[in-house]
Design a protein around this ligand. Structure first.
Ligand code: GLU
Length: 475
């Protein structure tokens, strides 16, 4: 076995990339980058009943959008493929035979009715429900007879029945489990497909994975995995179990309380940069107080030593705040490109004007999707209700004054707007509300809103004149 650091993200393709999955993928990726190792994507698709059309493509696409490139995996072939478990069934079969030969596993012929009955009886006695090992001691003859009769069987791991197991986790340090808490895990199902536990252990070994970095929900599987490594005579990888992700009420992060798919967040207008940065902080912190990190910076800063034990709260308000920071600070051209799909209700203007509009919007929202509403007034002539019409009726002299003066200018600069505002007071006799409200109403559709020079800058001379002329005499 080489000394190279090799880590893997091993999702079961259930349809989309969960934010928890993104966190696992990210920490694996960051660790590999930090230490110059390899990041592998392995698709754990042995559960045929959970097959979802397009799920793998979707997952790979989400990883690509957020910038997590893998060194080996589907379509990035390395020396350890295939990277789809469904293409490795022969390998698992050989290893099951090895375990059966070593008497470390056994065939279990119990039907699901028998198992249900067993559980009901255990519950009635107030016991924990677990497989009671009744097929552990079937004689060779009995087994052969059952196989000849065509009885279906699974293969179970023969875990120790007493004592305890102690191991070390990079995040949680020393952990001990009594064996009585560990069930005789099914390793191969009656359809000949392996379970997660068997396939995962075999592949981690054969793919020379040096570190397993994954969610805490897998911690309780470690004893049976370590037992498997021992039976095969293999050295287990180091392990780091990441803290649970929690809703703000501290319950386990679930779909019921909001979105959990990376693609949903992208569709709502969160930037890939934000998702990476935000998810990086779910269970890890930098050495100082700093919170804003680009992926490249995380690659240098990340350390498994600073992964926390305590559950990490998924704080949507913080996510929005962070997205706002990225919207305002990333390069404008990039934000324009990202914003365009969210502005498809509008006929987009030339590049220069579009840049100004998006720049206006990005400073006032927390997601790309919110930009549409904020910039709407720039795309269509305002509509006026009765109250607005009254203001417009009173403002006729003011509008005429502006049109006369603006028509004489080639280009409208900020100082021109400010001058005309002053002049309006002198020549038309309006100030304060009576000056600003009608102007903003006509040009932006509401009495409150952005500063007038900003509106002028975005709309430009032609559109400004159109908007004034639209209301002159129209009372
Ligand atoms: N296939 C498992 C999952 O879906 C992988 C767990 C592990 O990393 O071992 O999360």
């Amino acid at each position: 076995m080489s000394n190279q650091i090799r880590v893997r993200f091993a999702p079961s393709p259930t349809g989309y990339l969960h934010v928890g999955g993104l966190r696992t993928a990210l920490y694996n990726y960051l660790y590999a980058k930090k230490v110059g190792g390899k990041f592998i994507l392995r698709i754990e698709d042995t559960d045929q009943t959970r097959y979802v059309e397009g799920a793998v493509e979707n997952l790979i696409n989400s990883l690509k959008i957020v910038g997590l490139e893998f060194d080996e995996g589907p379509k990035v072939e390395g020396d350890f493929g295939p990277y789809f478990q469904s293409e490795r069934t022969e390998i698992y079969k050989q290893h099951i035979d090895e375990l059966l030969g070593k008497n470390a596993a056994y065939r279990c012929f119990c039907t699901s009715e028998n198992l249900d009955k067993m559980r009901t009886e255990q519950k009635a006695k107030g016991l924990d429900t677990r497989y009671d090992g009744r097929c552990r001691h079937l004689s060779k003859e009995k087994i052969e007879q059952k196989i000849t009769n065509g009885e279906k069987f699974v293969v179970r791991l023969k875990v120790p029945q007493e004592g305890e197991i102690t191991f070390y986790d990079v995040v949680r340090d020393k952990i001990t489990f009594p064996w009585e808490m560990v069930d005789d895990q099914v390793l191969m199902k009656s359809d000949g497909f392996p379970t997660y536990h068997l396939a995962n252990v075999i592949d981690d070994h054969l793919m020379e994975i040096s570190h397993i970095i994954r969610g805490e929900e897998w911690l309780s599987s470690v004893p049976k995995h370590l037992f498997l490594y021992e039976q095969f005579g293999w050295k287990p990888p180091k392990m780091a179990h990441l803290p649970l992700l929690l809703n703000s009420d501290k319950s386990k992060l679930s779909k019921r309380q909001g979105d959990v798919a990376v693609e949903d967040y992208l569709a709502k207008g969160f930037l890939p940069e934000t998702l990476i940065n935000f998810v990086a902080l779910l269970g890890w912190h930098a050495s100082g107080d700093r919170e804003i990190f680009a992926l490249k910076e995380l690659e240098k800063e990340f350390s498994l030593k600073r992964v926390n034990k305590a559950g990490a709260v998924f704080d949507i308000d913080k996510l929005k705040w962070m997205n706002g920071q990225y919207l305002r600070t990333l390069e404008l051209n990039y934000i324009v490109k990202k914003a365009i799909p969210f502005l498809d209700n509008f006929t987009l203007p030339a590049d220069d004007k579009l840049r100004k509009i998006v720049d206006f919007g990005r400073n006032r929202v927390s997601t790309l999707a919110e930009i549409e509403n904020v910039v709407k007034p720039f795309f269509s002539l305002p509509k006026f209700d009765d109250e607005a019409k009254e203001i417009i009726a009173k403002g006729q002299n003011l509008f005429k004054f502006w049109v006369e003066n603006l028509e004489q200018l080639d280009q409208i600069r900020v100082e021109d707007v400010n001058n005309l505002l002053k002049e309006s007071t002198k020549k038309v006799g309006v100030k304060g509300k009576n000056l600003y409200f009608p102007l903003r109403l006509v040009l932006f559709g509401s009495v409150h809103g952005p500063e007038l020079p900003e509106i002028f800058e975005i709309l430009g001379k032609i559109e400004i004149l159109t908007r004034f002329k639209n209301v002159i005499g129209n009372v």
